[in-house]
Design a protein around this ligand. Structure first.
Ligand code: OSB
Ligand code: MG
Length: 414
């Protein structure tokens, strides 16, 4: 039984405005045990490859900041000792969700991060973070390289990513994120479809003009589902009265209602709403997560490896939240299977008790870049792969046939 179902059966979550009171989420005093050795034998990276691949989306994805109908996927691979590790930079083409773009990430990797990574052997994850630390920001660019490094480390040890980072779940609960639709009927049809597939939680993208009435109707038709909303920063504190109406719908959470860098107004909004606020865009690293929790800006955190700058930061936020009994879940960025495989590993950690935005490959693309594709079970879970590294094969032929650009950065001593 999933932890969510368990929490629901205990009757303590949806019925209780304060998720922290769920028995499953009581503060843990024990230290999180993790086999991931932050230190490893020094590894001389020989080459970094950056590649962009255009994958059409099965249908347009619309949020409060715009609509896209294809995804320019940014893959990075690194080579050492005859092995290749794969990562994904989750930046979009335009600076809307975040200031980073495919273009800024390419520049920062090409001119700063890859040269730093190639300049000397890298002795583990902590050393890689240190190598990047003097460059400010550009978390998605840093994370892309870090993901590739962690995949390489896992392959070299013949461990799965999940094993390497100390994951405890064999399967992870998943939900679906549904974009803004041209009509309410189209949204309702998608809600039905994804519930029938088994997804354990439905998240609706909202914006002014597509919010209260939409949520009311979905909730009326589905009184018992786990339902949440994501505003992607579309409101201000001046909308507080309007947002409070959402308290009527027994939502699991409201994600990022206000501006990305405003923890103060989020704290004010949380103090007058019973629905837990979940922060996404605002949480750019462990320090910001600590501030948000101390200020009461949110009660749930969405962790995205790209947004926070890599596994090391994602693990630190997880550990902080786990020790405080704050639920976390794994967000998504419409990744290809490569980024998705990393998300599955992250979501296998103990604190990820709420369903992640980790949908089946077929929810996004006609065909994915990995084999087998990610599938969702009829009871709304994704199996955590056990094979070495990502645990999926890379479909290099398919990647090559959709490649838009490739650049290689070589180390000095080949
Ligand atoms: O805010 O969580 C978000 C996609 C792109 C950018 C931001 C977000 C999203 C999603 C989709 O909600 C999650 C997914 O299924 O990958
Ligand atoms: Mg979000």
């Amino acid at each position: 039984m999933s932890i969510v179902r368990q929490m629901l059966q205990e009757g303590s979550c949806l019925s209780n405005p304060d998720l922290l009171s769920c028995p499953a989420m009581q503060a843990r005093s024990e230290v999180v045990a993790r086999p991931l050795e932050l230190v490893s034998d020094p590894l001389a990276i020989e080459r970094v490859e950056m590649r962009t691949v255009r994958l059409p989306l099965n249908e347009p994805f619309e949020t409060s900041f715009g609509s896209i109908d294809s995804r320019l996927i940014f893959l990075v691979s690194i080579e050492a000792d005859g092995r290749t590790g794969w990562g994904e930079v989750v930046a979009a083409e335009e600076p809307r969700y975040s200031y980073e773009t495919v273009g800024t990430a390419r520049h920062v990797i090409q001119d700063y991060l890859a040269p730093a990574m190639l300049s000397r052997p890298v002795a583990g994850l902590a050393d890689l973070s240190a190598c990047f630390a003097s460059f400010r920001g550009h978390n998605m660019a840093k994370a892309g390289l870090e993901l590739a490094f962690v995949d390489l480390l896992a392959r070299a040890r013949e461990q799965s990513l999940s094993q390497l980072i100390g994951g405890t779940r064999a399967r992870v609960p998943v939900g679906v994120s549904l974009g803004i639709q041209p009509t309410l009927d189209e949204l309702l049809a998608r809600v039905e479809r994804y519930l029938a597939y088994g997804y354990q939680r439905v998240k609706l993208k909202i914006k002014p003009g597509w919010d209260v009435e939409v949520v009311r109707e979905v909730r009326r038709r589905h009184p018992n589902i786990l339902l949440s909303v994501d505003a992607n920063c579309a409101y201000t504190i001046a909308d507080e009265k309007h947002l409070r109406v959402l308290d009527d719908f027994d939502l699991l959470m409201i994600e990022q209602p206000l501006d990305h860098d405003d923890l103060i107004d989020h704290a004010r909004l949380q103090s007058i709403m019973t629905t837990p606020i979940c922060l996404d865009e605002s949480i750019t690293g462990p320090a910001r997560a600590k501030q948000a929790l101390e200020m009461g800006s949110c009660r749930i955190i969405n962790i995205k490896i790209g947004r926070v700058g890599g596994y090391s930061q994602a693990l630190a936020i997880h550990d902080l939240c786990y020790s405080k009994g704050v639920p976390v879940w794994c967000g998504g960025m419409l990744e290809s299977g490569i980024g998705r495989a990393h998300n599955i590993a992250l979501a296998s950690l103990a604190g990820f008790c709420l369903p992640g935005d980790i949908s089946a490959s077929s929810r996004y693309f006609a065909k994915d870049v990995i084999v087998p594709e990610v599938v969702v079970t009829a009871d709304g879970a994704v199996e955590v792969p056990r094979g070495p590294g990502l645990g999926f094969e890379i479909d290099l032929n398919y990647i090559t046939s959709n490649t838009v650009s490739i650049e290689q950065i070589e180390g000095s001593k080949k």
